[in-house]
Design a protein around this ligand. Structure first.
Ligand code: SF4
Length: 343
């Protein structure tokens, strides 16, 4: 979902990330089948608990059946005056691009008509610069995590990303600039026994990552749609390209999510991250009933293991904080890494 279109209309795009704790989901379960992923039910649960009462509209992407069904419920119960769904192809072919370009243009036209605003090319170009600045700053922050003792933990990075989903972007960029400046000063160095990557379904509970880090693993990078898959690629801001075209190209060709086909591009990028960030092991969290991740994970796992990178697979409910059984499994994984290091 190209947030820039909303920002260029003079509005504030807020990303729905559901609850950052594991909610009971009693309310949401009354509206959606429980085999809908708990990420989507968590978002619905917050709506039903009146936590998104400040929203004027809801724009969803038809990435899989779960957000589609959430959009149906949203529309049926009129949670916000404006509701729109953007179709997103699974391939990156020429016809897929044409289709997606029409979808992005359709969102722009609907926003303009519904809210009686004009989204000019100039506003879009300006917005693209603001959002690209976020991406550059996050890249700088992530680059600092490549060092032996990074200045920031994985749990803290997740807090930063969460803030970015919910704040006016210009304000977030200002804070991020300060953070990157402080983190680059060399005054803080975090040491972990092992360098880990987290990948899988959306994740927004810093407590989950903190549990892993408290046990001795340091999360130095992720491959998540709430992490690198969200911000990695820049939008082409050259003056000769039409801004809607630039946005639709970037969002379709972006660091792919497990729903995209063929999956090789994503696997290659994930393996490159493992190399660049000198990852010792991967913790893969798959939210229950997230079919895309569940189907894709064994294929990625095989590629990682061929490279000698062990993977811990965890099937969790969205928002899980990493207590109980998860903690035991992470502990056993870290012990296994320790055993390998001693050999
Ligand atoms: S991709 Fe997975 S986590 Fe995301 S909405 Fe679909 S099923 Fe849920």
């Amino acid at each position: 979902m190209p947030e820039e279109i909303i920002h260029a209309a003079g509005m504030v795009p807020i990303r729905l990330t559901g609850d950052s704790q594991e909610p009971a989901l009693e309310e949401a379960n009354a509206y959606m089948y429980i085999n809908t992923c708990s990420f989507v039910r968590s978002c619905l649960d917050l709506v039903l608990r009146n936590q998104y009462h400040f929203l004027d509209g809801f724009v969803s992407a038809a990435t899989c059946d779960c957000p589609r069904r959430l959009t149906d419920v949203w529309k049926h119960y009129d949670f916000t005056p404006f509701v729109h769904i953007v179709d997103v192809p699974r391939k990156m072919t020429k016809s897929a691009h044409d289709l997606y370009h029409n979808e992005v243009q359709g969102l722009k036209d609907r926003l303009e008509g519904f809210f009686d605003v004009e989204i000019t090319d100039e506003a879009l170009r300006q917005t693209i610069k603001v959002f690209n600045r976020t991406r550059e700053l996050l890249k700088e922050l992530y680059d600092l995590r490549k060092s032996d003792c990074p200045p920031i933990t994985g749990a803290e990075v997740l807090e930063v990303l969460n803030a970015g989903f919910k704040m006016p972007r210009e304000e977030f960029n200002g804070l991020l600039e300060r953070l990157v400046g402080e983190a680059s000063s060399g005054q803080r160095a975090v040491k972990g026994k092992f360098r880990l990557m987290i990948n899988g379904s959306p994740l927004n509970n810093p407590e989950f990552v903190k549990t892993i880090e408290d046990l001795g693993g340091l999360v130095v990078v992720d491959e998540l749609c709430t992490g690198v898959r969200h911000w990695w690629d820049l939008v082409d801001d050259s003056p000769e390209i039409d801004p809607v075209e630039a946005l639709s190209r970037r969002y379709l060709n972006n660091f792919p999510c497990p729903r995209m086909f063929p999956p090789e591009e994503r696997f290659n990028r994930a393996l490159q991250l493992v190399k660049d960030y000198r990852v010792d092991g991967v913790v893969s969290e798959v939210v229950r009933y997230c079919v895309h991740c569940a189907h894709d994970q064994p294929l990625l796992r095989r590629r990682l293991e061929i490279q000698g990178v062990p993977v811990l697979e965890l099937s969790i409910e969205y928002g899980a904080s990493g207590t109980g059984q998860i903690m035991t499994r992470v502990q056993a994984f870290l012990e296994m890494l320790e055993g390998r290091a001693r050999r």
